[in-house]
Ligand binder design. Structure first.
Ligand SMILES: O=C(O)C(=O)C[C@]1(C(=O)O)C=C[C@@H](O)C=C1
Length: 365
């Protein structure tokens, strides 16, 4: 057993280390204030300063992970620095970020993971509203889900890219753990209804079939909305994540009930700012091809010939003609890289339309 004296000595050491950390964080914050002054000084007439620099943030986090020697693991250490940087940026210019609400959704968790907690986060009622809010300039950025590892593409998001001119400035991947949540007054042996978002119900389908085969499954607009409903209904449960559980004061009747243990959702950061290359980037494009045999093959050949790694391809109806389609393609590289420029030029020669949605650093965390 540790003696009282040993404990006291260690706590004194922690106090002294905390003072040093405090001083260093304050020095860093003053540096960020200085950076803001430099950014404003170097500005040509009439141009707005760009305070948020995703390419630099990715470099900072990667550098920390490379230098970390433990005992905290890389993700944990990067998460701490993520928050320090978030607070430093808020000193320069607090960001406003819209996400698919209400409060407590996985989209909000993704926004916090990407930007840290010092941003002002604004819940929106629908994915399309997130796009509109960004387009109107009411917020600096938006966070929208784009694909889930179990359920596939989020079509609302893909279709919104066809309607709005948006720049993709980043991506963030979130491990999705679902829990079966109940309120204080829920009679757990009399549950007749389970609320959740349709995607989440689908991600827990097998678990529900095994444990609640005869209970009604009700799809609602978000998991947070499901959690909110359960508070006032004694015969209902919700499927939602940790954030919603703590926000609405619900308890977990069953934890991590998703059918696949690696269940993850990828979110995109949308805005109006182009992001310079970091050397470890991804690009997203939309291409529409002439409706003829071999069109998809023709589109993919330049990628293959130049050894470019495709990370995703999705097809959606084009909305401009019956039975015509557009392809959403993600690949490794930045549209300013000479090789990628070449490939995009080749595709452009064959395509009806090609739109670069953006190049952005690969998710670090
Ligand atoms: O390097 C910059 O441009 C900064 O503004 C500093 C800083 C940081 O705290 O490290 C803060 C915000 C930016 O998004 C990137 C980095």
């Amino acid at each position: 057993m540790m003696s009282e004296q040993e404990l006291q000595a260690l706590r004194l050491r922690i106090d002294s280390l905390d003072e040093k950390i405090l001083e260093l964080i304050s020095d860093r914050a003053r540096c960020a204030e200085e950076v803001a002054r430099v950014k404003m000084k170097a500005l040509p007439e009439g141009e707005k300063p760009v305070f948020y620099r995703p390419e630099r943030e990715a470099q900072v986090l990667k550098r920390i992970m490379e230098r970390n020697k433990g005992p905290l693991d890389n993700e944990e250490m990067a998460r701490l620095f993520r928050e320090i940087m978030s607070s430093c940026l808020a000193l320069e210019n607090p960001l406003k970020v819209a996400y698919l609400g209400p409060e407590g959704t996985f989209s909000q968790a993704a926004a916090m993971k990407h930007f840290g907690h010092a941003v002002i986060s604004v819940p929106m009622a629908a994915i399309d509203e997130v796009f509109r809010e960004v387009a109107a300039g009411a917020v600096n950025f938006g966070v929208v889900p784009v694909e889930n590892s179990t359920e596939g593409a989020i079509n609302h998001t893909l279709d919104s890219f066809l309607e709005h001119d948006m720049v993709i400035c980043g991506e963030v991947e979130l491990r999705i753990h679902h829990h079966l949540l109940v309120g204080e007054t829920t009679k757990t042996d009399k549950i007749t209804r389970i609320y959740s978002h349709a995607q989440s119900l689908a991600q827990c389908r097998k678990w529900l079939d095994a444990h609640y085969p005869n209970v009604e499954r009700v799809a609602v607009s978000s998991n947070a909305d499901a959690a909110k409903r359960v508070k006032s209904e004694w015969n209902s449960a919700a499927i939602a994540g940790d954030m919603a559980a703590s926000l609405y004061g619900l308890t977990k009747l069953a934890e991590k009930i998703e059918d696949r243990p690696d269940n993850s959702t990828r979110f995109l950061i949308i805005g109006s700012q182009e992001v310079p290359p970091t050397g470890d980037d991804k690009t997203s494009v939309i291409v529409s091809m002439r409706n003829k045999p071999g069109a998809l093959h023709e589109l993919l050949v330049p990628f293959h010939n130049n050894g470019i790694d495709l990370t995703r391809i999705e097809t959606r109806p084009s909305r401009s003609g019956k039975w015509t389609y557009v392809f959403f393609i993600d690949f490794v590289g930045h549209h300013r890289d000479p090789l990628i420029k070449d490939v995009l030029e080749k595709i452009n020669q064959e395509a009806v339309a090609l739109k670069v949605l953006g190049s952005y650093p690969k998710a670090v965390l």
